[in-house]
Design a protein around this ligand. Structure first.
Ligand code: SER
Ligand code: ZN
Length: 514
């Protein structure tokens, strides 16, 4: 894709621009076009059309001058403007003139290239007009000087390129490469485990969408899995327990990248405009009289959303380290969190206990140098393999897939090799999948990821030695483990492998419904 930029700007000065001052300014324009705007441009680039230039004749008003800028991809018009602004002060200072302000009167970007069918231009407040004709997208912008300082035009061009890439790759961006497949294991069921659990009163649907109430029997199995994870993996590998927040403010998602694309799946969180009871009295009264909650009116009395409920579990840990430099001897650091639920608005996708809006997971997280991070991921793979092979006796496989953070940010996985550490390990996610005899599908029940320096960078975390800080994480889904295990082994304990059956012990049949 090729981009071209055009801009008109008015520079306001503190007094009248005399003929001598005009001459000085014209000279500065020439020098800028010939020298200043060429600084930092790659050697092979020689065509001035590629570079920021002040074009046409400067139009002088009494205290002001109108300038036209144009550029290709190098020293883009706004960079040229700011470089010019820096030079103007000393030059005009000699004529007792100070720069009082800059007004951007027009800004136009054209991007030419192969626009795929179905491409649509971003809809944003800065874009006054947009049109796509003959492979050229024209964006007319409404931008201020400070928008230009914030590099809005550069980000728009990048956004357009990303959208083109997304539309070109479509759904093909998801990767899946098999890494390991276990052998066959004894199967004792071909029923849907959720339906079976409901039949036996282990779980009941709650009144919220995609949410279950887990009875004692279901929780016994959850806790047995937790104990196995603690005894076989988390304990021996030396992970320490922490509690991560479950309400995630925008600031965390800005740094984690979720702010780029997680909106359709968030459970949003709002706060009352005030906690003054008199402000809310009629809302309660309305319910007392009608038996209905006055939702329309509540919407008017809340602020936010201030963020959302826990989505990926590890991002809200990172403010604990934000801005810190970590001592070499505390690394690698290994932690985990099992303090609460994750929430995703799954819409049409809800199914059984395995695809729900509220779920429980142990999130395992580690960080250190690249080598340390990769080593822990390898050790985890080994520990998981032992658990699924020797204790749960599952039919399972694992596959390299699009990194979870890319998927959650709505980024396209083009399959280009990611960042590699010294030992050649690639950043990315390994999904663990279990076979579901009742549907002949495979269910992703957990993952292990090497996230590279993404999180340490996003939250400004450094290592004392100066080495790059890397991190990894692994989400162990308890509903998913349960669905996978029961789909293969059924609900009768006598068919379960002893390593699970012994921990569960006798099922607690607390309720009897008449
Ligand atoms: N944070 C990772 C995810 O959301 C692992 O739990 O998939
Ligand atoms: Zn994570």
């Amino acid at each position: 894709m090729r981009s071209h930029f055009e801009m008109n700007a008015t520079l306001q000065f503190s007094g009248e621009i005399t003929t001598e001052a005009q001459a000085a300014l014209k000279k500065l324009i020439e020098d800028s076009n010939r020298v200043h705007f060429w600084k930092g441009v790659p050697k092979g680039v020689t065509d001035p059309a590629e570079i920021g230039q002040i074009t046409g004749i400067p139009q002088f008003g009494k205290n002001s001058v109108d300038l036209s800028f144009s550029s290709g991809p190098y020293t883009r018009v706004h960079d040229a403007l700011f470089r010019f602004r820096k030079q103007v002060a000393p030059v005009m200072g000699r004529h007792r003139l100070g720069l009082r302000g800059i007004e951007v009167n027009g800004y136009r970007i054209t991007v030419s290239g192969d626009f795929p069918e179905g491409f649509h231009s971003p809809r944003l407040p800065f874009i006054r007009e947009s049109s796509l004709e003959d492979g050229t997208l024209t964006l007319v912008l409404d931008v201020s000087e400070s928008d230009l300082e914030n590099k809005i035009p550069d980000r728009l061009v990048r956004l357009v390129e990303e959208k083109v890439q997304a539309a070109t790759y479509g759904g093909k961006g998801e990767h899946w490469d098999l890494v390991f497949e276990s052998g066959k294991k004894p199967r004792y069921s071909d029923a849907d485990p959720t339906a079976e659990m409901v039949k036996r009163g282990w779980i009941k649907h709650s009144s919220a969408r995609g949410q279950w109430i887990h009875g004692p029997q279901s929780v016994q199995l959850f806790r047995a899995f937790e104990k196995i994870v603690l005894d076989e993996i988390i304990g021996p590998m030396g992970f320490s327990e922490m509690i991560f927040p479950k309400l995630v403010p925008w600031d965390v998602w800005k740094r984690s990248g979720h702010a780029k694309g997680v909106y359709p799946e968030i459970y949003y969180v709002c706060t009352p405009k005030t906690r003054d009871p008199s402000f809310w009295e009629d809302i309660g009264d309305y319910f007392k009289v009608t038996g209905e909650v006055w939702v329309e009116e509540i919407k008017k009395r809340i602020d936010g959303p201030i963020g959302g409920l826990c989505y990926a579990q590890c991002p809200p840990f990172w403010p604990f380290l934000q801005g810190e430099t970590l001592a070499n001897d505390c690394l690698p650091a290994r932690i985990f969190d099992r303090s609460g639920t994750s929430h995703r608005y799954e819409s049409g996708g809800i199914h059984g206990i395995e695809r729900v809006d509220e779920f429980h997971r142990i999130e395992v997280l580690w960080l250190g140098t690249a080598e340390q991070t990769v080593q822990i991921a390898d050790d985890l793979h080994e520990a998981y393999r032992h658990v699924f092979e020797d204790i749960l006796e599952l039919e399972w496989r694992c596959a390299r897939v699009t990194p979870w953070f890319m998927a959650q940010e709505g980024m396209i996985d083009t399959g280009e090799p990611g960042q590699e550490c010294g030992c050649g390990a690639r950043i990315g996610t390994m999904d663990y999948e279990a076979f579901l005899p009742y549907s002949s599908n495979w269910l992703e029940f957990q993952n292990v990821s090497i996230n590279g320096d993404k999180y340490p960078k996003g939250f400004s975390v450094k290592i004392q030695s100066g080495a790059d800080c890397w991190s990894g994480c692994s989400g162990i889904g308890l509903e998913r483990w349960t669905a996978a295990f029961l789909a293969q082994k059924g609900l009768d304990i006598e068919n379960w492998p002893s390593g699970v059956a012994e921990i569960v012990g006798e099922l607690n049949e607390l309720f009897k419904f008449l």
